[in-house]
Design a protein around this ligand. Structure first.
Ligand code: NAP
Ligand code: GFB
Length: 325
């Protein structure tokens, strides 16, 4: 990308990850970096064009004629949303992904970076999970729709590369959280759900706070701003078609209970945390290895988890009125 003028279209640009990339790009522009001088960035949400629709997808590409695409747009949700809507997650994401990748090919986009997830790997597996294991068996039953649709991105990337020489690749983030997250309880992931529900408990002066499930499952969480920095690196410096995991280290894996306690500390909530074990735990663990990333990008520093939680809770309290709630 160095030197030439680029137009980078970010699908899903109005969401959690898209808004983090937007902030990183704006910071670069403020610093007037050499890279930023040659790049025009376009951040799109569904109001700019419903990517499930082929004609609307083509209209978006005709309007902006991107040279590069970061493809984030997807039907996205937490455990309970996936469990209740596996068919929708499959069909909507299959349609979006096929339209975006085929239109990128038709418009001769030089590079596309799409997004998988560490939750799409086989449920019965050895640990740590790595990039070679995407298709080694069925995913966890709670989110098979989303998982199979995401796995097809990898198949499409290989097909466009093998048949047409396209540079279409993908990243595999672990669980993401941060400012501009989805705090709508019917579809949110665990961290925004706990942040929003604990804020509600504080406002109502509730003496107890319920965490769903046992609190025992293990997760790796990446702060959205860290993921955004790694997306910029992937766009500019990673040219393999093979997926690359973008995750914190294996040893940074935390239990859902410790997440709830970190959010309690950030909120300064004095009530008692209780667990509703009648609710599903979902996958017990999906520990992923970031060795490939560490090999290629040696000195990347992740934001400490507690600091990222503090910043996200503070953002939510400042922006609750306009956030997705
Ligand atoms: P998000 O906050 O829910 O944002 C989703 C984005 O996709 C929004 O900009 C949304 O636009 C757009 N979108 C949804 N349906 C669309 C459609 N039919 N046409 C056009 N745009 C559409 O999700 P996110 O957490 O940022 O996720 C971004 C990417 O990261 C996704 O591919 C997701 O699978 C992946 N990922 C997320 C996590 C996580 O923990 N959050 C973990 C691993 C991977 P509007 O809001 O304007 O409708
Ligand atoms: O982020 P989450 O919803 O999805 O986390 P996954 C679910 C875990 O958090 C379960 C517990 O152990 C839940 O019992 N939990 C506790 C809660 N309280 C809550 C709450 O109020 N809301 C939610 N949502 N969970 C998703 C996949 O799995 O990971 C998606 O289903 C996606 O496809 C995402 O890829 C990254 O981490 O279990």
């Amino acid at each position: 990308m160095s030197g030439e003028k680029s137009v980078i279209l970010v699908t899903g640009g109005s969401g959690l990850v898209g808004q983090a990339i937007k902030q990183m790009v704006e910071d670069e522009k403020l610093r007037n970096t050499e890279q930023s001088k040659n790049e025009t960035w376009v951040f799109c949400g569904s109001k700019d064009g419903d990517l499930r629709d082929k004609t609307k997808t083509e209209a978006l590409f005709e309007k902006y004629k991107p040279t590069h695409v970061i493809h984030l747009a997807a039907m996205v949700g937490g455990l309970f949303h996936n469990m209740a809507h596996n068919l929708d997650f499959f069909r909507e994401n299959m349609a979006i992904n096929d339209n975006v990748l085929h239109t990128s090919y038709k418009y001769k986009v030089k590079k596309v970076v799409s997004c998988l997830s560490t939750c799409i790997f086989p449920d019965k597996t050895t640990y740590p999970i790595d990039e070679t294991m995407v298709h080694n068996g069925p995913p966890h039953d709670s989110n098979y729709g989303y998982s199979y649709a995401k796995r097809m991105i990898d198949i499409l990337n290989r097909g466009y590369h093998d048949q047409h020489g396209c540079c279409f690749t993908s990243v595999v983030p672990c669980n993401v959280f941060g400012p501009h997250d989805n705090f709508r309880l019917e579809s949110s992931h665990v961290i925004p759900a706990l942040i929003r529900r604990m804020d509600d408990a504080m406002i109502k002066g509730e003496p107890t706070f319920t965490v769903m499930g046992s609190g025992k499952p293990l997760r790796q969480f990446i702060y959205s701003l860290d993921l955004a920095a790694l997306f910029l690196w992937t766009l500019r410096s990673y040219d393999s078609v093979e997926p690359i995991i973008l995750s914190v280290d294996e040893e940074d894996e935390v239990t859902i209970s410790s997440v709830a306690e970190a959010i309690q500390k950030a909120h300064k909530y004095q009530g008692e945390i209780i667990y509703d074990t009648s609710k599903a735990d979902g996958q017990y663990k999906k520990t992923a290895s970031n060795k490939k990333l560490r090999r290629l990008y040696k000195d990347f520093k992740f934001t400490p988890f507690e600091q990222a939680i503090e910043e996200t809770v503070a953002w939510f309290k400042r922006n609750r009125e306009t956030a997705r709630t």
